[in-house]
Design a protein around this ligand. Structure first.
Ligand code: GLU
Length: 442
């Protein structure tokens, strides 16, 4: 059976690293076995869902390269929910209840006060048809609960957490539909997972207890539940995901010069103790993706790690991938020469400036000045197409006896205006010969 996974965001905000990690892991899980990855927009909450968020989600996934093999939208599928809902009502698996939020809260407090778990007491199940009629006549509208089967223990083998056991007697019958007819996420999600042929549901561990009730929904709907796996939540470097990190979207990372490949490489391993593989090849990440490598401890997301991985990625990006982002005129040789020195692609601009000039060199003492004058004379006579750095330093070493830093540093400073930077052997041929001679002579 082909693996079919889905990413099911609610379009009530922009994606943050935690959501993106879930999307990526579902993508990797599907790609690993040549399966399918689907996007499902969970927009049953009409009030909080926004079209610009839907578009932002699509744009973020595209930017990250997380292509999907199909898209569904819950708001377009309500006919189906209605049908399945009626079926479950007829089977007695869904019932009407009328308690207000305050009444439920009071019930919970009483139970907790007695040291009992705050489980819904199913009072509404005892209402007779006459009671319902009376409530309707009084203008009360019911909301709807799913009736858990107390005689059917809930178990599953979680792909990350291992064997899971839940006693339905210890759980409240979940509310699945509000009095205004709108849907809560649980039942539509199970209906969709069945219709979309989802084989694996991989999501955050905040959904574990939802899974327990949803497993009974799958069964009530006549389907075999998919495999489930729940990932430990993401935390920031100092505990839980900070407000700031939670609010950072992909556009913010893009603005900081973070490349999508860096986000993919880091998040692919976040939650395992495996080293990050700063590869550009997402298919290779999929091949080695393995749920059993994920632990139950919260996964720490550290922005400093992201910047480190980003630099490694930038060092590997081929010219074709970055050409449109580089300054006018900057070619492949220049990119290859300077990319090992970049943390972000836009720094290429600074080194291109160093190559094309003008640059600001430091003031040198007389002795160094004399050395550089000699260097200028030698440089003027070199064949610039044949490793001029080697030829220049070789000749200067011979004639001045200088070596090491004494030899290289003044040359680098005069030629680039910097103490550090790309390999001079790669950089020098990119600086025009006349320009190099001028920099050494001035
Ligand atoms: N829309 C739900 C959420 O964002 C989906 C959870 C799920 O993957 O089933 O939490």
């Amino acid at each position: 059976m082909t693996t079919v996974t889905r990413f099911a965001p609610s379009p009530t905000g922009k994606l943050h690293v935690g959501n993106v990690r879930t999307a990526l892991h579902n993508w990797l899980l599907a790609k690993k076995t040549g399966g399918r990855f689907l996007l499902r927009i969970d927009d049953t909450d009409a009030e909080r869902s926004r079209e610009d968020y839907v578009e932002a989600i699509r744009a973020d996934l595209a930017w990250l390269g997380l292509t999907y093999d199909g898209e569904e939208r819950q708001s377009l599928r309500t006919d189906r929910y209605e049908r399945e809902f009626q079926r479950l009502v007829e089977q007695g698996r869904i019932y009407r209840a009328y308690e207000t939020a305050q009444e439920l809260d009071l019930k919970r407090k009483i139970l907790l006060g007695r040291g009992l778990p705050p489980i819904y007491d199913r009072a509404a199940l005892k209402l007779t048809e006459a009671d319902h009629e009376a409530k309707t006549a009084a203008g009360e509208k019911p909301h709807w609960r799913f009736l858990l089967n107390h005689d059917q223990p809930i178990t599953w083998e979680d792909g990350i957490r291992g064997p899971q056991n839940f006693d339905p007697r210890q759980m409240s019958d979940p509310v699945i539909r509000r009095a205004d007819g709108s849907w809560l996420y649980m039942l539509p999600s199970a209906i969709d997972d069945i219709a979309m042929g989802i084989t694996d549901v991989l999501r955050g561990e905040d959904h574990v207890s939802n899974t327990a009730t949803q497993i009974q929904m799958f069964t009530a709907l006549g389907a075999t539940p998919p495999r489930f796996a729940h990932e430990a939540l993401l935390t920031g470097s100092e505990g839980k995901l900070s407000k700031r990190l939670g609010a950072l979207g992909m556009a913010d990372f893009r603005e900081q010069g973070i490349e999508p490949e860096a986000i993919i490489a880091l998040l692919a391993r976040l939650g395992t103790s495996d080293p990050v593989d700063a590869t550009l090849d997402a298919a290779a990440l999929a091949e080695t993706f393995d749920l059993s490598r994920f632990g139950r401890a919260p996964a720490r997301f550290d922005e400093a790690d992201l910047h480190r991985v980003n630099a490694q990625i930038v060092h590997r990006l081929p010219y074709g991938r970055v050409a449109h982002l580089l300054p006018e005129g900057m070619g492949e040789r220049a990119w290859d020469a300077i990319r090992p020195n970049l943390a972000h692609i836009d720094e290429a601009r600074d080194w291109w400036q160093v190559i094309t000039g003008p640059i600001a060199a430091p003031a040198f003492d007389d002795e160094t000045r004399a050395f550089l004058t000699q260097a200028a004379e030698i440089a003027a006579g070199l064949d610039w197409s044949a490793d001029p750095w080697r030829a220049l330093t070789g000749a200067l070493k011979e004639s001045t006896g200088r070596k090491g830093k004494m030899l290289f540093l003044p040359l680098r400073q005069a030629l680039t205006g910097h103490d550090h930077g790309p390999e001079m052997a790669a950089l020098l041929p990119l600086i025009a010969q006349g320009e190099a001679v001028r920099r050494l002579a001035s």
